[in-house]
Design a protein around this ligand. Structure first.
Ligand SMILES: Nc1ncnc2c1ncn2[C@@H]1O[C@H](COP(=O)(O)OP(=O)(O)O)[C@@H](O)[C@H]1O
Ligand SMILES: [Mg+2]
Length: 356
């Protein structure tokens, strides 16, 4: 897939701007705070409906303006589609494909073929397990239709279960409602953890060789799941999950919150047999992220049969030429967007330099 063109109105620091892109390497070059990352963000939002900066839509609108609008023209094979989104302060985001309003943001699934690398991403390794869950989940959302609904449903079920625990819903049906919500949560735990397991296995399959080749070090992701073994049958796993919900129920009533479930799972990056969160340098952490992205790129191509668009924010400011070269080799068939502050000499064909 590729992005041919973008038109922004009142998006971040841009009043009105249109940019045309080329098939292979697009370099957005300019001084700090010119809006390079904002452009990557605008592309990412069009394809996924959310910002990789975790910014809410109110922050996307240009200061002191009432609304924003963005058109992104994407092409896959010989078909071009226009994805548009607009947003008015404190209203709902509106997404359209070829001017037809989407009923659900899940309809963007077919266009969510994008990987992004930004400097803050080291947090996936250094911060709490929430960052790692979000990282893995946001990838599965792009790869598996329906996963997003399951996550939303699960969040909703746990929210209602917590309300019940807090006694804000004291009803004579308490017990029945608690049982129904717990059962629903257990089924969703099964589905979500199963998908996470499948994805971690797929990533690990790729990761080992990629990281060895790039760094000569060993790397894999360890999945600390609520499920003790995925080789058991669905019935057995569901039974185990339910038992664990009941085991923690007493604690739940004390803390008035659900203490068991897929929202408690963790992932560990194991570098040379040790947890990278505790035992790795800054450089090693960045390399881990690069390798994981490369693995994800391969999975996109193998499982979704599409070459994802790659957004590399500030990455090349920090890497030496040899490293940059090996990454560009790896991404030879993808459309890439690179932001850079320094003048950059890439000795390659098809480099499109855009001054911002
Ligand atoms: N909602 C907004 N309205 C207007 N300007 C904004 C908004 N959000 C961010 N900016 C401005 O965008 C600039 C940063 O853009 P960014 O894309 O991060 O720059 P860079 O080129 O360094 O990547 C800053 O000057 C910031 O004030
Ligand atoms: Mg930037």
């Amino acid at each position: 897939m590729k992005v041919n063109r973008i038109c922004l109105n009142n998006f971040r620091n841009f009043k009105s701007i249109s940019l045309d892109f080329k098939d292979n390497i697009n370099i957005l070059q300019g001084k700090n705070a010119k809006g390079k990352t904002n452009i990557l963000e605008a592309i990412f939002i069009a394809l996924t409906s959310v910002s990789f900066r975790n910014a809410k839509a109110n922050e996307w609108i240009k200061f002191n303006e009432p609304f924003l609008r963005c058109d992104v023209f994407v092409q896959e094979k010989n078909f071009e589609n226009k994805i548009s989104y607009s947003y008015e302060f404190d209203k709902k985001k509106v997404f359209k494909i070829d001017d037809i309003k989407l009923k659900s943001l899940n309809e963007l699934y077919d266009f969510s073929n994008v990987l992004v690398f930004f400097s803050d991403e080291i947090k996936i390794i250094t911060e709490s397990s929430l960052f790692r869950r979000n990282f893995i989940d946001s990838f599965i959302v792009k790869m598996v239709k329906g996963y997003k609904q399951n996550l939303i449903l699960y969040r909703n079920v746990i929210f209602r279960r917590n309300l019940l625990l807090k006694g804000m819903n004291i009803s004579s049906y308490y017990k029945e409602e608690m049982n129904a919500l717990t059962k629903k949560a257990a089924v969703l735990c099964f589905e979500i953890s199963r998908q996470r397991k499948i994805m971690i296995d797929l990533i690990n399959e790729q990761l080992k060789d990629i990281h060895k080749e790039l760094t000569k070090e060993s790397l894999y992701i360890e999945y600390e799941s609520i499920v003790s073994s995925f080789s058991k049958s669905k019935e057995e796993i569901l039974k185990e999950i339910l038992e664990n919900f009941f085991k923690t129920y007493k604690l739940d009533t004390e803390n008035k919150i659900t203490n068991f479930g897929i929202h408690k799972e963790n992932f560990k990056f194991i570098l040379n047999d040790k947890d990278a969160k505790l035992f790795s340098s800054q450089g090693q952490k960045r390399n881990i992220i690069i390798s994981v992205k490369m693995a994800q790129k391969n999975i996109f191509e193998k499982e979704k049969f599409v070459k994802p668009i790659i957004l590399l924010d500030d990455l090349f400011n920090e890497l030496d030429e040899k490293r940059i070269d090996s990454i560009l080799d790896y991404l030879n068939d993808n459309q890439i967007f690179i932001t850079m502050t320094d003048m950059f000499n890439i000795d390659r064909k098809n480099v499109n330099i855009i001054n911002i």
